[in-house]
Design a protein around this ligand. Structure first.
Ligand code: ATR
Length: 267
């Protein structure tokens, strides 16, 4: 089978390395390439993809919403989130799915354990937040809380969450078992933090979906205060594993995928 990731720029994508590591571990003679598609060429997307004879592909920045008009069908996740990171091509029919939130939640579940009764606060209300909130809402009995700088961001959310302003976070943060930063604040060695906390629950898990750097200022300060932390590396790995499952029906070798990505990023 043949797969790809499309984006712009795409040369730094770790998806080909990660998927090839999985194919090799499962002894599959599959291909996975990176295709640079500038926005100005996007209207040729169906022709470009059929030229490569792909069975499926991932979509990354900046095309996750742009792909939607070209699809024949969408999964419930993709519809609720309004963004697509995975397409499966079934006899020429393009089916759009979103594995970003699903990937984060599966990884979190493996790390944290049962999420049924966990009280969770998500910071940020962009595409990543929406995907994570949607997947979590199917995993936990507790209402999901989402805090954002701009409240109008919640206007197009199609499922129930408790909404808060970013300025409320410090006052409510000590009620939560898991807190997740989904904003880009802290990326690429920036020392900024989206919020700072006075006090949290003793056994809280503080998460960031960023994985470059491995530890953002947000996670560093949580660690210094003695809290457990969890970064976004698993989200990347598990979204890839979920895409692979969507395309092939098979379980991916997650430890092998994680190891190859870690080696490339942090060694
Ligand atoms: P993604 O699809 O990666 O989630 P996005 O849709 O651009 O990215 O969303 C980015 C999120 O980070 C938004 O919630 C944004 O808040 P606003 O809705 O108020 O713009 C949040 N964000 C980005 N920069 C921020 C900052 N400096 N402080 C607080 N929130 C920030």
């Amino acid at each position: 089978m043949k797969f790809a990731v499309i984006g712009h720029p795409i040369e730094h994508s770790l998806s080909p390395i990660m998927h090839h590591a999985n194919f090799e571990a499962l002894q599959l003679d599959y291909e996975y390439r990176a295709l640079n598609i500038p926005p100005a060429h996007f209207h040729h997307i169906r022709d470009i993809i059929s030229e490569y004879d792909l069975d499926g592909f991932n979509i990354t920045i900046p095309h996750k919403e742009r792909i939607i008009p070209y699809l024949d069908a969408m999964t419930d996740e993709a519809k609720a989130i309004g963004a697509v990171n995975t397409v499966y091509i079934d006899n020429g029919r393009w089916i759009g799915h979103n594995t970003d939130g699903l990937g984060f939640v599966k990884g979190l579940n493996d790390y944290y354990g049962d999420l049924t009764n966990a009280k969770i606060l998500i910071i940020g209300a962009g595409g990543a937040s929406k995907g994570i909130a949607y997947s979590l809402s199917h995993k936990t009995k507790q209402p999901i809380a989402v805090a954002n700088r701009t409240m109008s961001r919640f206007n197009d959310w199609q499922f129930e969450v408790e909404t808060y302003s970013l300025s409320d976070v410090d006052a409510i943060a000590n009620e939560y078992d898991i807190i997740i930063n989904t904003t880009p604040v802290g990326m690429h060695e920036s020392t900024d933090q989206v919020v700072s906390f006075q006090q949290l629950k003793k056994d809280v898990l503080v998460c960031d979906i960023i994985y470059i750097p491995a530890e953002t200022a947000f996670l560093k300060s949580a660690k210094v205060q003695g809290y457990d932390t969890y970064n976004g590396l698993d989200m990347f790995v598990y979204q890839g594993a979920e895409s692979f499952k969507f395309w092939t029906g098979q379980q991916a070798n997650i430890p092998v995928m994680r190891e190859h990505v870690k080696q490339k990023l942090y060694s």
